[in-house]
Design a protein around this ligand. Structure first.
Ligand code: F6R
Length: 613
């Protein structure tokens, strides 16, 4: 999705911004641009295609001297990904430059209004409406802050805006509504960014801009204003992400690096919250009475975060005995189920900025439910606005395909489940102790499972040329199938689907084609359900499928002889087994994509953080 960088400092802005734009590339984009402010003039370079084109056009920024500037990577929403539609956009009067993330929903009406006032447009974007609206108000007041505030009031939808005005060559302005925007407070230089990973090597002091606030940045400081232009003060938060975590560190892809980081990420998310055999969730402060009164949980999330929610659902229902439903946030927001004060809505999100999940959270709150969020980015909208928030401590996740964020979402989900179960009295002291002990050992068990790297690479070489691959499973294995399928399709572009194994006979089995020996990945780690899974594997095999079974050292024996290939993880406590079994599924997707020559960290059409609907 689009990325914003802005710089105001003592150094040359363009080379620094190019470095940041390269760090934003992982989010997915199709054009890029830079503008710098110098001697009361704005200098612009932009182009469809990669940041490298921009770097070549500007000789790595050397052709664009200036100490204040804006940069952008655009993921097309309004209009083709071409030079004209790329950001930054300059106003018709030429005084204002803007970069923009989000969608201005009333842009047609505003465009008509501005056309009526004599403004002309050279692109199809909603962003050009924003820049001209600011110019319109600036022409009237000659006060850029007032102009930004006035324009912001008229724009509907979502926006994060970086703004330059040629009359103020040392100043950068920013404002936002619903789209994320952060300020990096450095030493003699300050930044704006839509993604902290873009500036983490330069400063860790981050101020998260809130809706309608306006920030004014110069080399020597940052001023913050409300939408009514009252002066505000807010201290920067220190983001303690490891700088190396945002670099590839010798791995060929961020995805592989992040897969390998999972033991550590899970350890960081679990160990501070387990003390002397007890789960301590200091951050939560949920009254026990409320926890006991919960009659229904909805989990609202998108994509991989949603599939982590499916694992959580099975565990919450079996261990904490709370009826739980998982609903895609995009569905939840417009089809609100009956909710009241005894409903808990859990929003799961890596970025904390996914537009649909934000909307689901707000709808839930508006209708009387309480919201618990599980989020990876400190200070993000979802972390800030939910009633209670637990951080996953995955560190920055750069690869578009989520791996370590998913693993930490599972881990925090286990903590919440056991904590709820204890308070609600649905778990015996012995079972609680066994479960907590297993959680303590979990990071090491994940580490051990990563040794399957070579075996998975071999299996990928057997299946990489398939056109279709299906995943089947039951219960937690079904939840895993959803994520195994998601990983495979998004990075390898192989058509794949996941089905609850019991549903096969009701339709999907027709897809098995003996002529091509359609591969079916049978996820069969659950001891209780292994006989049922073997039956399902036999059903597809007898129709010509080739079966790759993901089993444990306990379930392997029953599946042997049915499956062509077996991949075996160690048996573990049922509730936490997904944390081990997901490892070979992630590696399988990775190595298949590698063999197919795909752009693994930046899969086509996808974006890391989906901040528009
Ligand atoms: C898939 C993936 C996406 C995200 C989804 C939600 O690998 O990364 O499906 O999980 O877009 O994003 P967050 O978790 O940031 O809300």
């Amino acid at each position: 999705m689009c990325g914003i960088i802005g710089y105001a400092g003592k150094n040359e802005a363009a080379p620094i911004m190019l470095d940041s734009l390269r760090r934003l590339e992982y989010r997915g984009y199709d054009s890029a641009g830079l503008v710098v402010s110098r001697d009361k003039k704005l200098y612009l370079t932009k182009s469809a295609g990669y940041v490298q084109i921009l770097a070549d056009l500007t000789e790595e920024g050397a052709q664009m001297p200036g100490h204040v500037g804006l940069g952008h990577t655009r993921w097309a929403t309004h209009g083709q990904p071409n030079d004209a539609n790329a950001h930054p956009h300059i106003s018709d009067g030429g005084t204002i430059a803007v970069v923009h993330n989000g969608i201005i929903e009333n842009y047609r009406k505003l465009r008509e209004f501005l056309t009526g006032k004599g403004f002309t447009f050279s692109s199809e974007t909603d962003t050009e409406v924003a820049v001209n609206l600011i110019q319109y108000y600036y022409d009237r007041s000659h006060d850029i802050l007032r102009a930004v505030a006035d324009a912001a009031r008229r724009m509907e939808g979502s926006y994060a805006l970086g703004i330059l005005c040629e009359d103020l060559p040392d100043t950068l302005i920013a404002t936002k509504r619903e789209s994320p925007l952060s300020i990096g407070a450095g030493d003699g230089e300050n930044y704006i960014t839509s993604d902290v990973a873009a500036i983490i090597t330069r400063t860790r002091n981050i101020i998260t801009l809130r809706d309608y606030e306006i920030a004014v940045l110069r080399a020597d400081g940052v001023e913050l204003y409300s939408g009514e232009l009252d002066r505000l003060t807010r201290k920067a938060e220190v983001v303690d992400w490891d700088v190396a975590a945002a670099e590839k560190g010798g791995y060929p892809h961020f995805m592989l690096k992040e897969i390998m980081e999972q033991p550590e990420s899970v350890r960081r998310s679990l160990s501070p919250r387990i003390r002397d055999g007890e789960i301590i969730l200091d951050e939560l402060e949920i009254p026990d009475d409320y926890l006991k009164s919960i009659s229904k949980i909805y989990i609202a999330a998108c994509g991989t975060a949603d599939f982590a929610g499916v694992v959580m659902k099975y565990n919450l229902e079996r261990i904490a005995r709370v009826p739980t439903e998982v609903v895609f946030a995009s569905e939840f927001r417009y089809n609100l189920p009956p909710i009241d004060e005894t409903t808990l809505v859990i929003c799961i999100s890596q970025s904390g900025t996914t537009a649909d999940t934000i909307a689901a959270m707000r709808e839930a709150k508006k209708n009387g439910a309480r919201v618990l969020s599980i989020v990876n980015v400190v200070g993000s909208v979802i972390a800030e606005e939910s009633d209670w928030s637990l951080l996953t401590l995955a560190g920055p996740e750069i690869s578009v395909a989520s791996t370590k964020a998913y693993s930490t979402q599972l881990a925090v989900g286990y903590l919440v489940t056991l904590y709820f179960a204890k308070v609600r009295g649905t778990v015996t002291p012995d079972a609680y102790k066994t479960a907590v002990d297993a959680l303590v050992r979990l990071p090491d068990a994940i580490e051990e499972t990563l040794k399957l790297q070579e075996t998975t690479q071999y299996l990928a070489s057997r299946y990489f040329s398939s056109n279709d691959i299906y995943f089947i499973g039951r219960g937690l294995d079904y939840a895993l199938s959803l994520e195994g399928d998601q990983k495979l399709k998004e990075i390898s572009y192989i058509h794949s689907e996941a089905y609850a194994a019991g549903e096969l006979k009701h339709g999907p089995i027709a897809l098995i084609d003996a002529a091509v020996k359609t591969p079916v990945v049978a996820v069969a780690t659950n001891k209780r359900l292994i006989d049922k899974m073997v039956s399902n594997a036999v059903e597809v095999k007898s129709r010509g499928a080739s079966v790759l079974a993901l089993v444990t050292d306990v379930t392997a024996e029953t599946m042997r002889g049915v499956a062509e290939d077996l991949i075996t993880v160690s048996d573990y406590e049922e509730a936490f087994l997904p944390s081990l079994a997901i490892i070979p599924l992630q590696l399988f997707a990775y190595y298949i994509a590698l063999q197919r020559g795909c752009d693994i960290d930046k899969p086509r059409n996808l974006a890391k953080s989906v901040t528009v609907e």
